[in-house]
Design a protein around this ligand. Structure first.
Ligand code: BTN
Length: 324
């Protein structure tokens, strides 16, 4: 992410804290005209930043809106390549098709589409995903793993582990993983992952991983039937969280785990996944394409499938809806 003039102005204002900085000083430090600075300040105001202009002393940042724009993420981001290229929109139907378009144009892996709000957020199995403005993490990450299609579900598990680690670290909340793609707190869903891909049998071309996390969402946005099964980090912790450090932490965990995965395979991810899974040892019912499978969840197969001990042997469950 190269720093734009706007980002640099924002950084200067942030550094000033309560003090003001003159237009002349900004223009000297950034080597651009006073008119250009005035234009950028007005753009920032349109984004919701309140910037006071005092006739003699200069500009002061009075209010900073809660945004997940690149200039807000950048100060926290410690990755080499994940999230270094970002497409940010205030509102979209869904980040998934935008990421697909970008991937088809050939954008490098690690590129991220992120938004404040989705009007038509997509969940698994054709379900809707509620994505109210400025209160969650709604993003799609593009990856280009050199793996066959059959292994692609391992990536969903990798990302579940990464998000679990980041949320635990940043919030202290006891998030657990429910196979294949849900993160739960006390049995209620707070995060979902939607992995979509293009490729041929022996080679994935690209993967778009849609990540939805209810961070500061209040339950008033969900229909009655969802209130029973959904939650947010804020509801569980009784306080709100800043999204940019959490996003940076998630991207950092994804980068580290993905690099490890490419070098050492799935086994280390599998061990971590089993540590964070809240369902192992429990009796589950899985609705699969081939019918219902009931038994005790015992672990993960190398392919990423869930292993279920049914009493008649161990079955590997690939794609299904699980009830615990
Ligand atoms: C699920 O649990 O069903 C998956 C939910 C995935 C939601 C995310 S939010 C960002 C990305 N854009 C979408 O439209 N969906 C995914």
């Amino acid at each position: 992410m190269g720093s734009s003039i706007r980002e640099q102005i924002l950084n200067l204002l942030l550094k000033q804290g309560e003090a003001t900085i003159s237009g002349e000083e900004i223009s000297r430090q950034l080597q651009c005209s006073r008119t250009a600075i005035w234009k950028h300040i007005n753009e920032l105001r349109k984004e919701g930043y309140q910037i006071e202009a005092r006739p003699k002393s200069g500009y002061r940042l009075v209010y900073r809106p809660d945004r997940v724009a690149p200039e807000e993420l950048k100060p926290f981001l410690q990755t080499k390549w994940v999230g270094q290229k970002v497409r940010y929109k205030r509102s979209v139907d869904s980040t998934q098709p935008l990421a697909h378009d970008w991937a088809k144009e050939g954008i490098e892996e690690g590129s991220l589409v992120i938004t404040e709000e989705q009007i038509a957020g997509r969940g698994r199995m054709g379900r809707a995903w509620h994505s109210p403005p400025h209160s969650g993490i709604w993003m799609s990450l593009i990856l280009r793993p050199p793996i066959p299609l059959a292994q692609a579900s391992q990536l969903t598990l990798l990302t579940s582990v990464a998000i679990t680690r980041a949320i635990r670290k940043e919030t202290g909340l006891n998030v657990t993983i429910k196979w294949p793609n849900d993160l739960l707190i006390d049995g209620k869903k707070t995060c979902g992952i939607l992995t979509e891909l293009r490729g041929e049998q022996d080679q994935v071309h690209y993967v778009v991983q849609g990540i939805g996390i209810n961070v500061n969402v209040t339950d008033s946005v969900w229909p009655e039937e969802l209130k029973e099964i959904a939650t947010s980090l804020a509801i569980e912790a009784g306080r709100t969280f800043e999204r940019p450090p959490l996003i940076a932490s998630i991207l950092g965990e994804i980068e580290a785990l993905y690099e490890g995965y490419l070098n050492h395979g799935f086994q280390p991810i599998r061990i971590l996944w089993e540590e964070y899974a809240g369902m192992l040892g429990k009796t589950i019912t899985a609705r699969t394409a081939g019918g219902m499978v009931k038994g005790i969840a015992t672990g993960l197969a190398e392919s990423g499938a869930l292993l279920v001990e049914t009493g008649k042997g161990t079955e590997a469950v690939f794609s299904s809806d699980i009830q615990i």
